[in-house]
Design a protein around this ligand. Structure first.
Ligand SMILES: Nc1ncnc2c1ncn2[C@@H]1O[C@H](COP(=O)(O)OP(=O)(O)OP(=O)(O)O)[C@@H](O)[C@H]1O
Ligand SMILES: [Mg+2]
Length: 388
């Protein structure tokens, strides 16, 4: 399979970077960024994540991404400083073509522009046609124990890679739910308005649940075939009401039931109650070899389970779409013992895609010497490094 990756990456006024230009060969070896805390490693991964639709790996407000001037620069400035415009540009080798992707803001606000081969495109989702990207960050290390919102976000990113309409349906569902909940909480029982919103909630809601089920089913094939016992088989179980119902009932039945439940819940919701739907859905993961809920596994075991899911998603994409997504692993070594870490590096070095990794200690990547491009990051300056 042809390798995919970034040939050139250019950042302008992005977080701590006023300007950065990186160029890579077409062998797309893993890129390893190491340096002290605050050196600027994660910022680079975040910039790469903006080559896909959405809010990037930090789920940041776009205005926060624009480079803030330091106190010293502000002191020397002649005029009051406006928020910076920021941009990320990349020459990307896909499995078929080379494409130039650009994104950024015009005036430091929350409007993100996207360009493909120098032409403005109106929808961010266009980026997804060229660039797919998966990531793991330290914030996800406790994904199985923490906030369900983060788990849903993780799940929906897995789904979006296969279903281009998923993000659109999620935003339609969320917009309708917001209106529905506002009407009820303000005591405005406008029957025909509520019914119209419920129709929207039912049609996009059941489609969202069906897509989640479908993608987890497809990934599960590769989860079961996990090739290395150090990265255990993760059994993913969707626990959302609609997802559960779809396992045994037709989509039509589930739609009818959801419509009825929404209607019956109006009063309860208006009084401060809740209603279950795709917005409350969740999933749990079982460590299959140990038959143990992931939430009860050790921190390192949880990280290995997450990596198993990510690797299975990558394999599914490779087999179904003929392209392997870019992979961003922030603080990749955290919680992994030496054996697991080196086994992971072997797996990553063989993937037909560019894998970006960060860490504070270059020597923890020694196993990858001669198989990766190493950069030392210091004060948002990058220099090539030899790690041997
Ligand atoms: N909008 C911004 N403008 C300027 N600097 C920013 C902006 N946002 C974040 N920074 C700064 O960028 C610096 C580098 O952050 P980054 O998260 O990349 O560090 P890191 O190398 O990943 O560190 P760690 O090892 O602690 O994870 C931080 O000092 C942070 O305060
Ligand atoms: Mg970091």
């Amino acid at each position: 399979m042809a390798k995919t990756g970034i040939l050139r990456l250019r950042l302008t006024n992005f977080r701590s970077y006023e300007y950065l230009n990186l160029e890579f060969g077409s062998s797309f070896q893993p890129v390893v960024l190491t340096g002290h805390n605050g050196a600027g490693k994660t910022n680079i991964l975040e910039a790469v994540s903006f080559l896909t639709p959405g809010k990037g790996l930090r789920s940041a407000r776009l205005s926060d991404v624009a480079r803030r001037k330091t106190a010293e620069t502000l002191l020397n400035a002649d005029v009051a400083c406006l928020p910076e415009r920021w941009s990320v540009m990349a020459d990307l080798q896909t499995h078929t073509d080379q494409v130039r992707l650009g994104t950024g803001t015009i005036d430091g606000t929350d409007r993100r522009q996207v360009r493909v081969d120098g032409k403005n495109v109106s929808k961010q989702s266009e980026l997804g046609r060229y660039c797919k990207c998966l990531w793991l960050t330290p914030a996800q290390d406790r994904l199985f124990c923490g906030d369900p919102v983060a788990r849903r976000r993780f799940l929906d990113r897995l789904v979006q890679a296969f279903d281009e309409g998923h993000a659109q349906r999620l935003s339609e569902y969320n917009a309708a739910f917001k209106q529905w909940s506002c009407l009820l909480r303000e005591g405005r029982f406008d029957h025909s308005w509520l019914t119209a919103l419920e129709r929207q909630l039912v049609s996009s809601g059941v489609a969202i649940a069906a897509s989640r089920l479908d993608v987890i089913h497809r990934i599960s094939t590769y989860l079961i075939q996990a090739e290395n016992p150090l990265f255990p088989t993760a059994e993913v179980i969707l626990t959302g009401v609609l997802e559960q119902q779809l396992l045994t009932r037709s989509a039509l039945c589930v739609e009818e039931e959801f419509a009825e439940r929404l209607k019956q819940s109006r009063k309860i919701y208006a009084d401060g109650g809740s209603v279950a739907g795709p917005h409350t859905a969740d999933f749990k993961v079982i460590h299959a070899q140990k038959n143990m809920d992931a939430a009860l596994c050790s921190t390192g075991e949880q990280k290995a389970l997450l990596l198993s899911i990510i690797l299975a998603e990558m394999k599914t994409q490779m087999h179904e779409q003929g392209q392997c997504p870019l992979l961003l692993l922030d603080e990749v070594s955290a919680h992994l013992d030496v054996k697991r870490r080196n086994t992971l590096f072997d797996i990553l070095a063989d993937l037909p895609t560019q894998v970006w990794m960060t860490g504070t200690d270059p020597f923890s990547f020694l196993h990858l010497s001669n198989r990766a491009v190493f950069y030392d990051v210091e004060d948002s300056n990058l220099s090539l490094q030899k790690v041997a």
